[in-house]
Ligand binder design. Structure first.
Ligand code: ADP
Length: 292
């Protein structure tokens, strides 16, 4: 069993469906309400655990009912929570989502995810040092991503940086990460004035750009390669990127070749879009292998 450490956010999504959005100062009646676990870090941890890895989550929740829900969800999915800490005087991270008129509007309140600081992550040094791979995203403070990139580099642990949501990243962090997995929009922010094909060629076997239903593009040192994903009937693409990243990390940790690992991750991510919710569609190992 490979050991994967995920350092990142966890939150609860509060999802309201309504016929339309209220105007400023207006109150309207909605149609339904549900709460579902989310946060890029938590999503990736759950996806990796379903694919059979030993997964340690490093993150923070609030000392509130949502914090308990987040922890319970980790436990139900077999994610180890030794390094998930309830933080006093902070609410759990939440995403307030309105689904109306065929589109969503989202307000994210980071809450306890702001407490995933370098000092906090330092407490997990032992588990980070002994991991086969570390997975991190950008819903936690920037200095934490910098700190983790240094830590992983110093201890020769491969770091997969999923640069989502977008923000500029220092050259040093890019250099220290073993793998970078932006989607197309994130890649455009990351390599602002550069042609994307040039960026790929300059980062062979490191930069993997996910292109939704087209698949994944990277440069193998000789040429640019597009690994197509699988054709499915997409129901909800929320969490596709998270499933891709988790599956890619698990496959790499297992020693699969790059192309094989991308193929495995494409399969897992394509299965995830066939069901509702970010975590709802994340496949098990058996489901992925049964359909490769
Ligand atoms: P994000 O969810 O971060 O925006 P993408 O939309 O690029 O990222 O999706 C990530 C991966 O999920 C893709 O590379 C692909 O493997 C898979 N995927 C996403 N959408 C689809 C789809 N409609 N059909 C099949 N696979 C998909």
């Amino acid at each position: 069993m490979v050991k994967v450490t995920v350092i990142g956010s966890s939150s609860i999504d509060l999802v309201v469906t309504a016929e339309r959005r209220p105007d400023k100062g207006e109150t309207i009646l909605g149609e339904s309400f549900k709460t579902v676990p989310g946060g890029k870090g938590a999503n990736q941890a759950v996806a990796a655990a379903r694919l059979g890895a030993e997964v340690f989550m490093v993150g923070c929740v609030g000392e509130d009912g949502f914090g308990k829900e987040i922890l319970d969800n980790f436990k139900e999915n077999g994610v180890l929570t030794d390094y998930v800490e309830p933080v006093t005087h902070s609410e759990s991270g939440t995403a307030h989502i309105t689904l109306a008129e065929g589109d969503n509007s989202i307000i994210v309140v980071k809450g306890a995810n702001n407490h995933v600081t370098p000092e906090f992550v330092g407490k997990a040094l032992d588990v980070i040092r002994t991991s086969d791979i570390v997975l991190i995203q950008q819903e936690i403070p920037e200095e934490t991503v910098e700190y983790v990139s240094e830590l992983c580099h110093a201890h020769h642990v491969p770091l997969l940086l999923n640069p989502a949501p977008s923000r500029p990243i220092s050259k040093d962090v890019i250099a220290k990460a073993a793998y970078l997995t932006p989607n197309e929009l994130e890649a455009a922010v990351l390599f602002q004035n550069k042609d994307i094909h040039e960026a790929l060629a300059e980062n062979p076997n490191k930069l993997f750009i996910t292109e939704g239903k087209n698949g994944v593009r990277y440069h193998d040192g000789e040429q640019e390669v597009l690994v197509p994903t699988y054709t499915v009937e997409a129901v909800d693409t929320t969490g596709a990127g998270d499933t891709f990243n988790a599956a890619f990390a698990v496959a790499l940790a297992e020693g699969q070749g790059l192309k094989e690992a991308v193929r495995f991750a494409n399969r897992a991510a394509s299965l995830s879009v066939t069901k509702f919710g970010a975590q709802g569609g994340m496949p098990t190992r058996t489901e992925v292998e049964g359909s490769l």
